[in-house]
Design a protein around this ligand. Structure first.
Ligand code: HH2
Length: 276
């Protein structure tokens, strides 16, 4: 059977040592490479490597520390695998070093607003970029986020950032947009965005969705206390996004997501073959 098209699956690889000692870092690099190889075996289309958490209350990481975490992981993966890589960073210097080490996509949760040279760096690197919506800063973004119309405001922000990136020299076809679920958003805001993703897809750029294991799933199902208990909700959001035109999902559970998207694509193909 020829396999129908499905969104790409981006597997999440966090390089975050428990300890800031060198020993902790070496262990974290090894663990991240092993985790990445597991995600490749599970069918990830691309891996998103991150060395600084953007969760509310997470400790910021210095440039040197972030580079020391992510670059060895990128180099190890580049040496052994052909899978495309993405760097999850808001620092242009980290993005530049990652691209030099073989990464093709800069995933920036600040939509190239963090550094004065973010836009120019993205243009000069010539890589693909994800422009994500966030209200506020990671440390405080969940303290009372407010919108008049969350869909219109996210669409307006992403439109402006795509224009700014293009004006700075980023090629239009290298831009991805992301509504930024959980970044300065209540559960209602997240659900409203999920319900209207086609409005973002209608902007004409490929859309990335990061719903995996996020807090809104626990708000819908109070038994999903721990992030790893949120697989059902993560898959539901990924499928809902797929129907709305999302082209890539950023996930922790690669094997289950790939399977869900394959079955969904096969059902859609059968629907197209057999009109009612
Ligand atoms: N979410 C997180 C980090 N990076 N990048 C994009 N493009 N979209 C997202 O939604 C996104 C992101 C934060 O997710 P969290 O579950 O807090 O941590 P992680 O996924 O890194 O384990």
């Amino acid at each position: 059977m020829t396999l129908p098209r499905r969104p790409r699956v981006m597997g999440i690889v966090n390089v975050t040592p428990d300890s800031f000692s060198d020993g902790g870092r070496f262990l974290a690099v090894d663990a991240a490479v092993a985790h990445a190889e597991r995600l490749i075996a599970e069918g990830a289309d691309i891996l998103d490597i991150g060395g600084e958490s953007t969760r509310p209350g997470a400790t910021p990481v210095s440039l040197e520390e972030e580079l020391a975490r992510v670059i060895p992981v990128i180099e190890a993966l580049r040496a052994r695998h052909r899978v495309p890589l993405s760097i999850d960073t808001l620092k242009p210097a980290v993005a530049a070093a990652a691209v030099r080490a073989g990464v093709g996509l800069w995933n920036d949760v600040t939509a190239l607003t963090h550094g004065p040279d973010s836009l120019a760096t993205a243009a000069a690197l010539g890589c693909e970029v994800i422009l994500m919506h966030m209200q506020g800063e990671p440390a405080t973004m969940q303290a009372g986020p407010r919108y008049e119309d969350v869909v219109a405001e996210v669409v307006g922000f992403l439109t402006d950032r795509a224009r700014a990136a293009i004006a700075a020299g980023v090629a239009r076809e290298r831009i991805w947009l992301d509504p930024g679920l959980g970044f300065g958003k209540t559960t209602d805001h997240n659900l409203t965005l999920l319900a209207h993703l086609e409005t973002i897809a209608a902007l004409g750029f490929p859309v990335v969705l990061g719903a995996s294991r996020k807090g809104f799933i626990r708000a819908c199902d109070s038994t999903a206390v721990e992030p790893w208990q949120r697989l059902g909700g993560s898959l539901t959001a990924a499928l809902s996004g797929t129907r709305a035109g999302v082209t890539m999902v950023r996930v922790h559970d690669v094997a289950a997501t790939v399977q869900a998207l394959k079955v969904n694509a096969a059902i859609e193909a059968a629907r197209a073959r057999t009109p009612a």
